[in-house]
Design a protein around this ligand. Structure first.
Ligand code: AHR
Length: 490
């Protein structure tokens, strides 16, 4: 097998950002089998659950330290009316989920269930409220219902529904994709709507909201420019950009059956995120040089054609080593942009798009993408430090190696992807400013089409990787198609 040599440099004294744990966030929408038959099976299910939430999913999320979960959409958010989803389940109104398969939504999973799930996982809730078809009053009352400890019709309703004390809610999204499914608005119109809606979302009883505006679709720089020109840190805390890895908009391609060319095109599309974040950051820097407004990537991940025989509106796709490489690349990109990027949410958590978990009846599996989040979890809440490698592949816009590094509690963590399908890579990495005494490494590697299914749930799994250390140098070899993490202790 051909072997390439790569020299890397990490400078642990050169802090480039702080990796907010929320960069490792996820997204759960009322779409297909993400909530129902996914996270939520109901209290009467034979599948082990706590108040209807699957315990195996709770455990899996806790293991990768899911820091934040976005809900209820997505496009669903702008047709969601929260009062339909509270109170006795038998009285809850049904609606048609017009965006996703036209199925009937029975609203048995609502505000209480979502916030309970977050509590069980130990993550922060990110509630995305309805601008497109909702009202200012409805959004304002939802915030009051969740966060106020005063006496009012909304808080009395919450208490009557079994929750005496308010919850803490930090992340509040004001509309989703309002340039598209959330009302097809022009940026000027959305800015006005945003200003009005957010005015009535109050900080009750000591709760402090972090208000998030709907950001641009991919490279819609005009949307970002209009938002930044008209909003400031007094009324917005974060801007939520959406970017999907789609290598061909006409034909999204199959998740598990793909050519080498499709693989590298997918990686080219994933790598564009780096340019996109640089350009949006440049716009934000002009208006907000003090970095008071965070950039959020509230939806990201690979989007393919649905698996044969499944509902096209349910967006169910398998997940291979290709997805793991994309996840490793994108998470490295977020870490390197962590001066401005404060949160990212993979789309979506369970059974939808680039999910970390797939379920079938009582069976559950962790996808290759899940394992990448496991490999990278040490980065959460660490300081991102300078990490240099410059090794492009022979394919246009596709780096053969990507990496990022961070320091926390006297530990240096470096994560690396090798996207080559033919070459292994010998890495010699200098760790300037950090003298290590011991190092250990873990790796995810397999043939690029490999995936986990319900009969072979551990086909793609993490294993240990040899790494040697000598003062401030480490040496390791990554096989083709691999994602690795190295932890060095001083
Ligand atoms: O994640 C699927 C959909 O993609 C979301 O509902 C929407 O926000 C985006 O277009």
């Amino acid at each position: 097998m051909p072997v390439k040599k790569v020299t890397m440099l990490v400078n642990s004294s050169d802090k480039i950002g702080h990796i907010h744990p929320e960069i490792y966030g996820h997204f759960s929408e009322h779409l297909g089998r993400c909530i129902y038959e996914g996270i939520y099976v109901g209290e009467n299910s034979e599948i082990p659950n706590i108040e209807g939430m699957r315990t195996d999913i709770i455990d899996a999320f806790r293991n990768i330290k899911v820091p934040v979960l976005r809900w209820p959409g997505g496009c669903f958010a702008d047709e969601y009316h929260w009062k339909d989803g509270v109170g006795p389940k038998e009285n809850r109104k049904t609606i048609i989920n017009t965006n996703w398969g036209g199925v009937t939504e029975n609203n048995s999973f609502g505000t209480h269930e979502f916030l309970k799930f977050c509590e069980l996982v130990g993550c922060q809730p990110y509630i995305n409220a309805n601008v497109g078809s909702g009202t200012v009053q409805e959004m304002s009352e939802w915030v009051e219902y969740i966060t106020s400890d005063a006496s009012s019709p909304m808080t009395d309703l919450r208490r009557a529904n079994g929750k005496e004390k308010p919850w803490t809610l930090k992340y509040l999204g004001v509309g989703n994709e309002n340039w598209g499914c959330g009302g097809l608005m022009k940026p000027e119109k959305y800015v006005d709507e945003y200003r009005q809606f957010q005015s009535y979302c109050k900080n009750h009883s000591g709760n402090k909201l972090y208000k998030i505006a709907c950001g641009p679709n991919s490279s819609d720089f005009e949307w970002m420019e209009t938002l930044m020109k008209n909003l400031d840190a007094n009324c917005v805390n974060g801007i939520d950009l959406h970017y999907y890895t789609i290598f061909d908009w006409e034909k999204k391609g199959h998740a598990t059956v793909f050519t080498e060319e499709a693989y590298y095109k997918t990686l080219g599309s994933a790598n564009y995120l780096d340019t996109l974040l640089t350009r949006h950051t440049e716009i934000m820097n002009r208006y907000d040089p003090d970095n008071r407004i965070g950039l959020i990537v509230g939806e990201w991940g690979c989007w393919y054609e649905v698996e044969e025989g499944t509902n096209p509106g349910f967006l169910y796709q398998q997940n291979t080593m290709r997805d793991a490489i994309v996840a490793g690349m994108e998470l490295n990109t977020f870490n390197r942009h962590s001066k401005r990027v404060v949160m990212a949410n993979l789309a979506q958590a369970v059974n939808v798009l680039q999910a970390v978990i797939l379920t079938e009846g009582d069976r559950m599996l962790k996808t290759p993408t899940y394992h990448v989040f496991d490999l990278y979890k040490e980065h959460q809440d660490a300081d991102a430090v300078y990490c240099y490698n410059d090794f492009m592949s022979e394919y246009e816009n596709v780096p053969m190696i990507t990496s990022s590094a961070s320091v926390k509690n006297n530990k240096l963590t470096i994560t690396i992807t090798n996207s080559s399908l033919s070459d292994s890579v010998k890495i010699e990495c200098s760790t300037a400013g950090f003298v290590g005494s011991k190092a250990f490494a873990r790796i995810l590697t397999n043939e690029v089409h490999a995936y986990n299914d319900f009969d072979a749930p551990d086909r793609v799994a993490i294993s240990d990787l040899d790494v040697s250390i000598s003062s401030n140098q480490i040496y390791l070899e990554l096989p083709p198609c691999s994602v690795a993490s190295v932890t060095i202790e001083s």
